[in-house]
Design a protein around this ligand. Structure first.
Ligand SMILES: O=C(O)CCC(=O)C(=O)O
Length: 248
């Protein structure tokens, strides 16, 4: 087995990945630009997330507005640089000569402008932040064959920007991967006990195997900490291209 394969992990966190001053600047900028928040079922998005747009039947708008949404997020200083920096924490399966990971947006691999690179979730004080346990199978929608293939290597990234007064991290069930042809009801009871709580504080990077069931931890807000804001994207390993491809 190659070294790179040995490096595969189920989840990883890097605390203080983004400095506090930059996090505060992003938070202010996102909160000040509420006119660009898009309402979803139980939260808002800033930019777009493919799976939440599919769930909201907005797939045409997702693709049509992608150039505008990417431009909106590029106004947040250095955010893209941090997404690319996060890729250095992925298993080193796709390396350039200098040992740097080869990371391409789906816009680059498809040579089209209609994919969003990353998106932001905003939970507001009036909304319940807890999302039921799920796997984002929608993220594999462009590649249904990969959703069913146990050789697929895909990691989801979250970056905590604003955190509620307590809770609001991520719960993941790492040991058993969930494939599209297996439902959680088929899990043995004991498996549900086998979970990990990944705490968030502003600036925390989390990467986890996208086939792991996960859930936003319930949270409590206060007047001083009324928001839960996270950046999300996904990195799919494309062995045929020798790169990580990312889109949200
Ligand atoms: O906001 C997060 O921390 C993760 C959200 C999530 O579970 C998801 O988008 O699938």
């Amino acid at each position: 087995m190659s070294k790179a394969i040995n490096e595969r992990y189920d989840f990883k966190q890097v605390h203080d990945f983004v400095p506090a001053r930059l996090i505060s600047r992003w938070t202010r900028q996102i909160l000040d630009d509420a006119e660009n928040w898009k309402p979803r079922k139980s939260y808002y998005t800033y930019g777009r997330l493919y799976y939440s747009d599919i769930q909201s039947d907005n797939i045409g708008a997702y693709h049509g507005d992608a150039p505008k949404d990417n431009a909106l997020l590029d106004k947040l200083p250095s955010m893209r640089a941090y997404v690319l920096e996060a890729a250095k924490h992925l298993p080193s399966l796709a390396l350039l000569n200098g040992g740097k990971p080869r990371v391409l947006s789906r816009r680059e691999t498809t040579k089209t402008s209609c994919w969003c690179d990353y998106g932001i979730h905003i939970y507001t004080p009036l909304q319940n932040s807890s999302v039921g346990a799920h796997v984002d199978f929608e993220l594999f929608a462009p590649y249904p064959e990969k959703m069913l293939n146990r050789d697929t290597i895909c990691y989801s990234m979250t970056l905590a920007i604003a955190c509620p007064a307590s809770g609001g991290g991520l719960i993941i069930w790492p040991r058993q991967k969930v494939w599209a042809n297996m439902t959680p009801e088929q899990w043995p009871e004991a498996l549900w006990e086998d979970k990990q709580e990944l705490g968030y504080s502003p600036g925390t990077l989390s990467l986890f195997n996208s086939f792991c069931m996960h859930q936003v931890e319930p949270c409590q807000i206060s007047r001083k900490a009324p928001w839960r804001i996270t950046l999300l994207t996904h990195f799919l390993y494309r062995p045929e291209l020798g790169c990580w491809e990312y889109w949200s």
